[in-house]
Write a protein that binds this ligand. Structure first.
Ligand SMILES: [Zn+2]
Length: 456
């Protein structure tokens, strides 16, 4: 079998990937609740001769393995949805269920395409009698940025040589370095309740501490690096205004390009919280919810992903897909569209609506993603590829209703099948020439520090 035949084998799984995409889109499960999705993937993988390994204390995570010997190649599949993201396949903002879940990050197609690429590669390993192992990782809880961090801690990635990951997006490109490191932390304040009219002097307000902390954090912003992001949401536990709040908490995200920056800012933020507690006369507790590393690649892996994306070619969309994308794009602001176009080196008048080219390596080497993902941690323990394909219109951000509408439409399937072929093609090249895996691992060892799990 030659490379083209190998890549075309993915077409055999076109219908399966499309069915999974729609089944998950219609049954969107948020992080930690992916019962339906995980059962669906397990069933297909077992039917295709994969052996399943369970992950301790994570019922919706699994590792499915096929083949033997090295290299051992991990393919990452995610399937969780987002809360409050329900949206019909419509160019008008319209929920399927009020306040319901939805696939605004496209994980319904992320896992489906990863699976199609994996199954096609498995067929070819069998047909060509090749040595090598492929592992499909069923990765829940990505949206809470913790699933893969827990799986790493449980040793589930031990023995893997490299990992392949992709993400639905508005553009076709590969990333050398992407994703911001992140900490998700809750600061809990405990005060003394009192009637706010009769005896305010006897109360000590936890809500005061939250407000003082937020003021301090907003002053802190001026004195941290430009690329860092600090955001928060508060919970005053439902106490009415006439009660001095005995409890309140504030949930923070700290993001920055490097884990070391995130650690430093988190320490300073914790000092701000301590100061706020002291001022309000309350006590406090810190709950670390999750933490991730930035994604950091190696050149040989980036080059391989790019070579395969070029070989497969950018997705080609049909007239109906283009028309729907145009309608969806019409709901975006000019700034959103222009900003996205700038990232792919296009002018406003060039607007392709759906990206149908592959970004140049010049763009790929410098482009990043201003969001966080637990796959960053996988990139810290082994060489990991990360690429995106166009699955929604240029200008539409991930986690938007326009993205949810697109992932329920064939636009996303078209983009996802490109990704499936790239995954299969990359596996082909690494099995044909395992020396490139050795090179990737050498590059990784030379450029990555010893991994410290954020949960430790
Ligand atoms: Zn995502």
């Amino acid at each position: 079998m030659n490379k083209q035949e190998w890549i075309q084998q993915v077409e055999k799984y076109d219908q399966l990937a499309n069915d999974i995409r729609m089944q998950l889109w219609e049954n969107p499960e948020v992080a930690g609740e992916e019962k339906f999705a995980s059962a669906l993937y397990r069933k297909v993988l077992v039917e295709n001769g994969f052996t399943i390994t369970e992950v301790p204390d994570m019922p919706y995570a699994f590792v499915a393995e096929y083949g033997q010997g090295s290299p051992v190649i991990a393919v990452l599949g995610e399937y969780d949805a987002l809360p409050n993201s329900s949206q019909k396949v419509s160019a008008v903002k319209e929920e399927v269920n009020a306040g319901g879940n939805g696939h605004g990050c496209g994980h319904n197609i992320l896992g489906a395409a990863a699976l199609a690429g994996t199954l096609a590669a498995k067929d070819m390993i069998e047909a060509n009698k090749l040595t090598g192992t492929i592992r499909f990782y069923g990765c829940p809880e990505e949206e809470t940025l913790i699933g893969k961090v827990k799986m790493i801690k449980a040793g589930m990635f031990d023995g893997c040589d490299v990992a392949l990951s992709w993400h639905p997006m508005s553009t076709n490109q590969v990333y050398e370095n992407s994703y911001l490191a992140n900490n998700s932390i809750k600061f809990k304040f405990y005060g003394v309740a009192s009637h706010a009219g009769f005896a305010p002097h006897l109360g000590r307000s936890a809500l005061d501490a939250v407000e003082l902390m937020n003021v301090g954090a907003n002053y802190l912003r001026e004195h941290i690096i430009d690329q860092a992001r600090v955001h928060y949401t508060t919970n005053s536990a439902g106490f009415p205004p006439n009660i001095v709040h005995p409890y309140a908490d504030v949930w923070y995200y700290v993001r920055a390009p490097h884990r070391s920056d995130v650690n430093e800012i988190t320490e300073r933020l914790t000092d701000v919280a301590k100061g706020a507690a002291l001022m309000a006369g309350v006590t406090m507790e810190v709950e670390k919810i999750s933490g991730t590393h930035e994604a950091k690649g190696v050149p040989t892996m980036t080059d391989l992903a790019y070579k395969n994306l070029v070989e497969v070619g950018a997705p080609k969309f049909n007239t109906e897909e283009m028309a729907f994308a145009e309608e969806l794009q019409g709901t975006l602001t000019d700034f959103q569209i222009t900003n996205d176009l700038k990232l792919i080196g296009k002018r406003r008048e060039d607007n392709p609506v759906l990206h149908q080219e592959v970004c140049s390596m010049e763009i790929n080497r410098t482009c990043t993603i201003n969001a966080s993902s637990d796959s960053g941690d996988v990139s810290m323990i082994m060489p990991m590829a990360l690429f995106t394909t166009a699955c929604w219109p240029v200008g539409a951000p991930a986690h938007s209703w326009q993205a949810t509408a697109s992932t329920g439409h064939s636009i996303a399937h078209t983009g996802a099948m490109t990704a499936a072929k790239v995954i299969s093609g990359m596996i082909h090249d690494m099995l044909e020439d395992p020396s490139m895996v050795v090179k990737m691992k050498e590059e990784h060892a030379a450029t990555h520090d010893t991994y410290v799990n954020p949960l430790d």
